[in-house]
Design a protein around this ligand. Structure first.
Ligand code: ADP
Length: 541
């Protein structure tokens, strides 16, 4: 017997309609590409998203069409999140930090119909335009006065398009399984692959993201997403914050320590989120200038492992709680968050740090398991480690246009991460499977080696990679960037490892460099680094 509750599809347009009605006067603040501060409210944003929807329809954007963006975090990008998905079209957020050929590849693969771009990217897109086969027009996110002279064919002005429409528009209703957004993952092997979200998956994911033991969003918060809206939906914040009625602050392209800190202070930001590299810069800036955080309570760190030294530093020196989170584009992206349980209430601060350094536990909706190389499930004892598999309603079942074949293994999505899970359900990533260092048939965790290195006061950033060894298969070396003005020798650094790891985990060598390569999403690029060190010879080999 079926129950008798209303069948109402879960649609993204309902988020902003809700925010308008219940949090209409709550602010959305943006530091614009133009350099100034723009502020308006959820009510204003909803009005403009409706006007944008009408403008898109006037451009004959239809259900299922892809509309691409190359834009920073800002109110116009936010309007696109709602205007595009709201009419049943698909917002394709492109990462502008990718190489030109990659951008062209994914725009063509996505068969994007229009491209909305920030002023910052006009030069970039002018060069790519001849390669972009499906784009009918380019909309520049600015007003008429700032419209640049451009060679882009059919270039339009965003403000003109939007303001030409009125806001008399009712969002359409359709199947909640309709696609709403498209994100390509960097794909270290093969071509980038498109992850296609549905309205339903996005809404359920936003609910889960907002929960107290996940991101803990509330209408009393002010959130500044540093994580870009072109990287895995800014970890759901543009949806989750709208659902809850959180004041949002968008930093635009200004992500240096000074700009971010200034916005934290002037807008009374209580929570922010981003990858470790951004927080490294912020932490250094704040320390160098003897500043503090007056309102910031929580910093969500994910995308790469948050080093325990960073978690400790923010707490001990600034009273800011670090929430370690793990996920991936294929998971919308949230998979786990490192909130404590009641049993940790009386634990020492050091024991709490140990729990918080793990990637966290899954909210309802993410089912996890770890398996060995034969696919046998491993115990949750915090020691046994293996391939991490996940499944759930906001996890991808296959890539756009079937790219790469069926990714699932017996209904589970293999994350490509290697992890252990403890008896309380806290998962810890020990490596990406392709980054794991294989020595004498055993695995060495590159993340563990890196976390120890960055705990040394003279080390700014470190990467551990495996170097081919005639006897052991691979042996670890450490590639290190020193802090400005700091000194440390190879021997001192290796000594720092003593007592912290098993002897056979000891890096064979330390190489000092001026900088480490990063990917378009701000993570250490181990692939690049391994290429750089291809002809490097181990001292013992
Ligand atoms: P990209 O590789 O394009 O950045 P994703 O953002 O989807 O794509 O990357 C997901 C991967 O990032 C995960 O599979 C994992 O390897 C890594 N990752 C994400 N969060 C963490 C974390 N907190 N600790 C360690 N690794 C993480």
């Amino acid at each position: 017997m079926h129950g008798l509750m209303m069948e109402q599809p879960l649609l993204i347009s309902d988020l902003i309609r809700h925010a308008d009605r219940h949090h209409g006067s709550t602010e959305i603040v943006s530091k614009r590409v133009e350099g100034d501060i723009h502020r308006y409210t959820y009510r204003d944003a909803h009005k403009r998203a409706r006007k944008l929807a009408k403008a898109l329809l006037a451009l004959s954007v239809k259900l299922g069409d892809r509309v691409a963006t190359l834009a920073w975090n800002g109110y116009r990008h936010y309007e696109l999140y709602y205007g595009v998905s709201g009419i049943g079209a698909i917002i394709h957020t492109i990462n502008p930090r990718l190489f030109g050929e990659q951008i062209a590849y994914i725009a063509n693969h996505g068969e994007d119909k229009y491209l909305f771009l920030d002023l910052t990217f006009v030069g970039l897109v002018e060069k790519l335009a001849p390669e972009l086969k499906t784009i009918k027009g380019y909309v520049i996110l600015c007003d008429r006065a700032r419209m640049p002279k451009t060679t882009l064919p059919n270039a339009m002005c965003y403000e003109e398009l939007v303001e030409a429409q009125d806001d008399r528009y009712e969002w359409p209703t359709f199947d909640e399984r309709t696609a709403c957004g498209l994100c390509y993952t960097s794909g270290t092997t093969g071509n980038p692959k498109g992850v296609l979200y549905t309205h339903r998956s996005t809404i359920i994911h936003a609910y889960a993201a907002a929960l107290p033991d996940t991101l803990n969003l509330s209408a009393r918060d002010c959130v500044l997403p540093v994580v870009p809206m072109f990287h895995a939906n800014a970890w759901s914040l543009p949806y989750g914050c709208t659902m809850i009625g959180v004041k949002m602050v968008f930093p635009g392209p200004h992500l240096d320590g000074k700009s971010v800190h200034e916005l934290f202070e002037t807008e009374h930001v209580s929570m922010s989120a981003g990858v470790p590299t951004v927080w490294l810069a912020l932490l250094n800036f704040v320390k160098e200038n003897k500043l503090k955080f007056s309102t910031l309570k929580t910093l969500v760190i994910g995308g790469s492992a948050a080093p325990p030294a960073m978690i400790r530093g923010f707490r001990n020196e600034f009273g800011v709680n670090v929430l370690h989170a793990w996920g991936m584009t294929e998971m919308s992206p949230l998979g786990t968050a490192g909130t404590l349980k009641a049993k940790h209430a009386d634990a020492s601060q050091e024991d709490k740090f140990t729990v918080q350094a793990r990637q966290g536990r899954a909210p309802f909706g993410v089912d996890m398991r770890i398996v060995d190389t034969q696919g046998r499930e491993l115990p949750w004892d915090g020691k046994a480690f293996g391939d991490l598999h996940v499944r759930g309603p906001w996890i991808t079942s296959s890539y756009f246009k079937g790219e790469g074949g069926d990714p699932l293994k017996g209904g589970w999505f293999p994350t490509g991460d290697v992890a252990n899970i403890d008896a309380d359900g806290y998962m810890q990533i020990t490596d990406r499977s392709k980054d794991v260092i294989k020595s004498g048939g055993e695995w060495i965790s590159s993340i563990d080696l890196e976390n120890i290195a960055v705990a040394h006061p003279a080390v700014a950033e470190a990467a551990a990679i495996g170097i081919v060894h005639p006897k052991w298969d691979e042996r670890p070396i450490l590639v290190v960037v020193k802090k400005a003005g700091a000194e440390v020798s190879r021997e001192e650094l290796l000594k720092f490892y003593e007592g912290k790891i098993a002897k056979w985990w000891m890096p064979e060598d330390v190489v000092f460099v001026n900088e480490l390569p990063h990917t378009a999403t701000g993570k250490l690029s181990k692939l690049n680094l391994r290429q750089q060190f291809q002809s490097y010879k181990l001292p013992s080999a």
